[in-house]
Write a protein that binds this ligand. Structure first.
Ligand code: ADP
Ligand code: MG
Length: 456
């Protein structure tokens, strides 16, 4: 086995244990540089990846290597050594100077004035962002970007479902940079505002003003970029804005409710730009993090709840942080109004009145199977069955892909759900559909429609 094969084998195993976004983020562009005297040196693209791999994955990699090589490895080292040509912009190679000069005169007072409506909200900071398993990746990446804008990852693409803290992190980056470098031009904008501004600018022939506003900032924070879907003109303008800023080593951070590949009707050149940098996901909020958030926010709001009750709330309200906050506000209002201590019974009643908390359970493999069967008008039992008929194979692969994407299930678990198949079948299916999403409009459409159904 040569070094490349060995590393591919390790990656194959690792891929089974973590989410896809995590996997791509941390292992894209890694390779074995050296394998001598029971020591393996792994090349990584930058210092941030190095630190993260050492902290989070070293042990795991060691165990896998040990297994594959039958105890032929004693030591693993990580070395920053970007693969030639692997990334169009390796910032560390390129940038020697700090990007933002704090004392630089503002060249465009007009544009600065125009920045007023985009002010950041002070309430979103890193200090009050609670980190757990579901968001540690996105949080670490956001902090790295705030630490050295333009240096570490450019762009940073953060994606995750509604109410999971994307806007919070995006604004925290802006606030952190502003606190360090007072007069840096930071622009926070939703993609919808970008779109309406652009359309207005065209209508009133003020396109050069529009450009001088967006293309001269130091930091561009664009929220909910998925709304650019299908808006060709706006996408084109954003593409040029992106290029201009990126070329000048200005930091771009973008959020979306789904990964770049899953944004429908996104121009491929914009897609490829999003994939240049770091893609970090915030996954569904796990139980421990919900508890941590409830504890912290109860303290903030001076609500006293015993651990049992907190646990009850964490179990009942499980969709996202926004709902948790909503529940706490109701609870707080109740306490203020009735001046009573809170009991589990009271909480039950309060939570029962919150209609935004769906009565149904969250997404399950069964629901995915049912949605797929409905969508393709086939029987669930055929989906699970052994037939290799084309009209069944494709929906089956989509089902596996959605389980992977939406439930973050492991490949063995997916294989088991779909009629007890092997994990390699699941892996193959997911790769196939991921590829299709890139190249095939029909798959993209199907995928989005099914997702809409799932979350309707
Ligand atoms: P999104 O943009 O992903 O829809 P937001 O950033 O608006 O979500 O988050 C919704 C609410 O939840 C905000 O008030 C935000 O401050 C809060 N929130 C989300 N994640 C966290 C977290 N990890 N710690 C503390 N507050 C959070
Ligand atoms: Mg948001």
């Amino acid at each position: 086995m040569d070094n490349n094969q060995l590393w591919q084998a390790v990656l194959g195993e690792l891929e089974l244990t973590i989410s896809k976004a995590n996997f791509t983020t941390w292992f894209k562009g890694t390779y074995i540089i050296e394998n001598t005297n029971k020591k393996i040196v792994v090349g990584v693209p930058n210092t941030f990846t190095k630190a993260w791999l050492e902290k989070k994955f070293k042990k795991n990699i060691f165990v896998i290597l040990d297994k594959i090589t039958s105890n032929e490895v004693r030591e693993i080292d990580f070395l920053v050594a970007p693969k030639k040509g692997s990334q169009p912009q390796t910032t560390e190679e390129k940038i020697k100077e700090p990007i933002i000069q704090p004392t630089a005169p503002t060249p465009l007072p007009e544009a600065m004035k125009a920045l007023k409506p985009f002010t950041l909200n002070d309430k979103y900071t890193f200090e009050n962002f609670i980190v757990g398993k579901c968001n540690e990746l996105a949080n670490a990446a956001a902090k790295a970007v705030a630490e050295k804008p333009g240096h570490t990852y450019n762009p940073l693409f953060i994606y995750g479902g509604v109410g999971l803290g994307k806007t919070h992190l995006l604004q925290a980056i802006g606030n952190a940079i502003r606190n360090k470098i007072k007069d840096s031009k930071i622009l926070y904008v939703s993609s919808e505002k970008f779109t309406t501004d652009f359309v207005k600018a065209i209508g009133s022939k003020r396109i050069s003003q529009f450009k001088s506003l967006y293309r001269t900032v130091d930091i561009l924070l664009m929220d909910d970029v998925q709304f650019l879907a299908g808006k060709e003109g706006t996408q084109e303008e954003f593409f040029h804005t992106f290029n201009e800023l990126h070329q000048n080593n200005k930091q771009l951070v973008v959020t979306s409710d789904r990964p770049p590949k899953a944004i429908p009707a996104l121009e491929s050149r914009l897609l490829s730009r999003f994939e240049w940098g770091m893609i970090a996901d915030i996954s569904n909020i796990d139980f421990e993090t919900r508890i941590a958030i409830l504890q912290t926010k109860c303290e903030e709001k001076e609500i006293s709840m015993d651990p049992d009750t907190i646990e009850y709330v964490a179990r009942t309200v499980h969709n996202n942080v926004r709902e948790l906050e909503g529940a706490l506000n109701r609870i707080k209002a109740h306490i203020d109004l009735h001046k009573t201590a809170i009991t589990k019974e009271i909480i039950k009643n309060i939570l029962a009145t919150i209609t935004s908390i769906p009565r149904t359970d969250s997404l399950t493999p069964d629901k995915i199977l049912k949605a797929i069967a409905d969508f393709y008008t086939i029987e669930i039992k055929d989906l699970m069955g052994k037939s290799r008929e084309k009209r069944l194979v494709y929906p089956r692969q989509i089902a596996m892909f959605i389980m992977r994407e939406e439930l973050r299930s492991s490949f063995p678990a997916i294989g088991k759900e779909i009629g007890g198949r092997d994990h390699t079948t699941a892996m193959h299916a997911c790769q196939k559909i991921a590829q299709n999403l890139e190249n095939d409009e029909k798959t993209r459409q199907d995928f989005n429609l099914i997702k809409q159904k799932l979350y309707a």
